[in-house]
Design a protein around this ligand. Structure first.
Ligand code: SUG
Length: 419
């Protein structure tokens, strides 16, 4: 077994649009109503995959879900809605939100689990109607990609009474990817201005389903201040990789207690904390500095894949330059352009689901090399709509081209089962 980290990026779907559907996600709210550019969005995502593959890393992908979701509208008793309240539900049925695969599932690699299989639990995403419809199709795709039951267990989502947003609120730390790790579940306490999307009971259920060792599992409260400032998921203010936690000072309700618990469970842990005095919480969230991919590069160094928005913000750049000049564990900063996703609140980290596994145990149709990225990009260039205006949602001609684009993609990728 050769356990490595594989990042599975969601390919941005042909119905990508800005509908302002996510309360508490400031980018989604501020871009609601803007025209979107699905072709550019998907190509930006594919360029990020190409970038990370060229670093020598394993790269996978997940296909967009079928949209528009007529079954969702029909279950709500809606045909072609006309009034304003129903317009939001129609936009929900068109949402390409499955592109943010950090919310697809929570993943516990084999070294952490009781049965030594890698466990994945699909996230129910119940807090937001446009996302709550994702998980049955997501789980179908995960059961295809990780069909080898000797190495993987894929669980249905936990009951909808407990909100679960998947890996966006889960971090794993370990001496190395293949070593037994500690798992950190971050939940929010409800009652604030914005919804706390991750419920503590959902996190505890996932940990039980995965057979995690309670002495190596931490349940950490997210700071109310962070949620209030727009950190609708923990991965907007913290990211971990192997022994390193990279976090904003204001990410957790009890930072000192959290760091002490991490160090007690994993003595080699290194915590890189960005103080609010250097980068304010508002700038951290606006720039998405922490919605980064913290990656172990083949040469042994760690690299931080950040959105160009973070690189371009003076306070953030100043802090990053000082970090690189110091002797810290993060040695490289790698900016990428994912602007179309960023405008809906999805940075580099949102676009990927991390799975530590032996690539030989994964369905090869979900793994990428340069030629397969070119293949997917060819379909996108040819068939993804160039632009969608909010008023286009609901048009039968657009629905037809969106469905045809996805069908051609599945055909090219030999994934007809998902049709
Ligand atoms: O759930 N945005 C997504 C962004 C998810 C980001 N994921 C992570 N942080 N891991 C969300 O809020 C906006 C859709 C719209 O408004 O059209 C949206 O769903």
């Amino acid at each position: 077994m050769r356990l490595v980290e594989i990042n599975f990026d969601g390919l941005v779907g042909p119905s990508h649009n800005y509908a302002g559907l996510s309360l508490g996600n400031l980018a989604s709210a501020s871009h609601g109503g803007d025209p979107s550019y699905p072709r550019a969005a998907a190509l930006q995502g594919l360029d990020k995959m190409r970038h990370n593959l060229a670093l020598g890393l394993a790269q996978g992908w997940l296909a967009p879900l079928p949209r528009p979701n007529h079954a969702f509208l029909a279950a709500l008793g809606l045909g072609e809605p006309a009034d304003a309240a129903e317009t939001r539900l129609r936009a929900a049925a068109w949402s390409a939100s499955s592109m943010w695969t950090a919310n697809a599932a929570t993943v516990s690699p084999a070294p952490d689990t009781a049965d030594r299989r890698c466990h994945l639990t699909a996230a129910n995403l119940v807090t937001m109607p446009h996302r709550a419809q994702e998980w049955p199709e997501t789980v179908r795709q995960l059961r295809l990609a990780f069909a080898d039951t000797a190495h993987f267990a894929v669980h249905d989502a936990v009951p909808a009474c407990f909100g679960d947003e998947g890996a966006a609120n889960h971090m794993r730390m370990a001496a190395s990817h293949a070593a037994p790790g500690i798992e950190l579940f971050v939940y929010g306490r409800p009652g604030g201005r914005f919804p706390a999307r991750q419920h503590e009971q959902a996190s505890r259920a996932v940990a039980r389903l995965h057979g995690l060792d309670p002495s190596r599992t931490l349940f950490i409260e997210q700071s109310a201040e962070a949620i209030e400032a727009g950190a609708f998921h923990n991965d907007v203010v913290a990211v971990a990789n192997e022994r390193v936690l990279f976090t904003h000072e204001s990410a957790f309700a009890d930072p000192a207690g959290t760091y002490a618990a991490i160090r007690a469970a994993l003595p080699e842990a290194e915590i890189v904390e960005v103080p609010a005095a250097a980068v304010s919480l508002a700038d951290a969230i606006r720039s998405y500095l922490f919605n980064a991919q913290l990656l172990s590069l083949p040469d042994g160094e760690m690299g931080l894949v950040i959105p160009t928005e973070a690189w371009d913000m003076p306070a953030v750049r100043g802090w990053l330059d000082a970090m690189l000049a110091s002797n810290g564990p993060i040695r490289r900063v790698l900016p990428v352009d994912v602007r179309q996703s960023m405008a809906n609140g999805g940075g580099p980290a949102c676009l990927r689901l991390r799975v530590v596994a032996d690539p030989a145990t994964v369905d090869p149709r979900f793994l990428l090399d340069a030629a397969r990225i070119d293949l997917l990009a060819g379909v996108v260039k040819h068939l993804w709509p160039e632009q969608i205006d909010p008023a286009d949602l609901g048009r039968e001609s657009l629905a037809h081209s969106v469905r045809a684009a996805r069908a051609a993609l599945l055909d090219a990728a030999s994934l007809g089962e998902l049709g």
